[in-house]
Ligand binder design. Sequence first.
Ligand SMILES: C[S@@+](CC[C@H](N)C(=O)[O-])C[C@H]1O[C@@H](n2cnc3c(N)ncnc32)[C@H](O)[C@@H]1O
Length: 420
Amino acid sequence: MLFVSATSTTTTSNGVEQQSNNNNNNSSSNNETIDKLRILEFFSGIGGMYYSTLISGIPFEVLQSFDINTNANDVYNYNISSKYPNPKKHKVNSKSIDALTTKELESFRANTWLMSPPCQPFTRVGLQKDLQDNRTNSFVHLLEQLAALAEPPTYILIENVYGFEKSNARDLLLETFNQLQYQFQEFHLTPTQFGLPNQRLRYFCIAKKVLLNNDSNNNSNSNIDIKTKIVTKDNAIILKTIPSYQHTENNETNTIEQYLDESYNTDEHYYKYKIPEKLLLSKGMLFDIKTINDKTTNCFTKAYSKFVEGTGSVLQLDTNYKADINVPNSLIPMKLRYFSPKEITRFHFFPEQFQFPPSVTVAQGYRLIGNSLNCKIVSELLKYLFYKFNDDNNNNNNNSNDNDNNASCSSGNSNNNNNE
Ligand SMILES: C[S@@+](CC[C@H](N)C(=O)[O-])C[C@H]1O[C@@H](n2cnc3c(N)ncnc32)[C@H](O)[C@@H]1O
C-alpha cells in the first residue's frame, strides 16, 4: 500500500514516509529568512492543510486552526491537537473567522496562511451567489485583514472548487494580491495527475509576498520592476500542471485496490457499506460503478451515500455479473457497496494514522471528507511555493511555458469531477 505514515504530530517531517516520485525538493535558496512555516490554518475542517504540510516535509508549526463546524473540530482535535504536549493550546478555535480582529491575527506573527474557504457560493450546481452569499463573508474578511496587517504572511495557499476562477471573489483575491505586492500563480489540478485513482478537479492559488530589500525601497524605479513581476488578473494564466513536477500519465495511476480497507473482501465489511436493494432497484442505474482494478473514481462530495448521482463512485465486488440497463434487478448480484470513509481519506492522501473518532458516524464522516481536500496536491504545491516559486522571474517563466503546460495535460475530466 502506498500511504503516508505520520507517526507523530511533531512539526518536522520526522516520522513521515513520503510517497515521493517528485523531483522538486529542497533546491532553492530563496528562503533565507524563513526556517519554518508558521501557519494559520483557516477553515481547517478535518485538517487537510495540516496533513498536506506534514507530508510536504517542510518544517512547520500550525499556530492556530479555525473552524466553526463542531464535528470537524472533534476530528481535528482527536487526530492532531491531542497529540501535542499541550493539547489545549492547539485546539481548533471555533470562533467564526469573520469575527477575527487585526490585533488577534497579528499576535500570531504567522508567515503562512492556508485556507479552503466554503465553496458552495461558487459551485456550478449551486446558485453561484459569489460575493452576495454570506458564506463568502469570512473569506472577504480575511482579504481585508491581510491588507490591514503590519506584517502580512509571506506565503498563502488557497483551495476552492473548479469555477472559482470565474468569480468576483477571485477578482477580489487577485486585486488584493496585486495591491499588497504578492506574486501569485493559479492552478487547476486533479488527483489522477498525481497517481491517485480519484477525480477531484480543483482551483488552487499560491502566493508569495514580494520582498523589498533596503536598496529597492529607496529606489524610485523599483516599483516599476516589481509591478512587471506581478501577474495581474487580466493576464493571469491558470496552470494545469506544477512546473518541474513529474505528473502521472493518464494510464499510470494506481488501481483502486491499493486504497481499500484490509478487510474489504469480508462479508462483514460488505454488509456495513452495502447499498440497500431498494435504492438499487429505484436509482441503481445512476451509480458510477467501479471495480477494484479501475484506476479512477469520481469526486466524492459531502452528499455521498445521501444522494446517488454525481456524489462519488461505488464499488462492485462480484465481477462475474454485469448491469443490464433495462433490468434493475441485474444490479443485485454485483455486490455493490459504498467506499468507506477511511478508503476515501486514502484517495485524498490523508496519512494512514488519520482516524475518525468513534463518536463520528459514517454519514458524518462522508460529509467531512467530502468537504476536505487532496493532501498530495496541496503538499506538492507547498513544496513548489516554498522551494521554487522565486521572487524574481518564475511567473514570467511559468507564463511563457504555459503553452507546453496546457498541451501536456487535459483541460478537465469528463466524469463530473468538478463537483463540490
Ligand atoms: C471546504 S471546507 C474546508 C475543509 C478543510 N480544508 C478540510 O481539510 O477538511 C470549509 C470549512 O469552512 C468552515 N467554515 C465555514 N464558514 C466559517 C467561518 N465563518 N468561520 C470558520 N470556519 C468556517 C466549515 O465549517 C468547513 O469546515
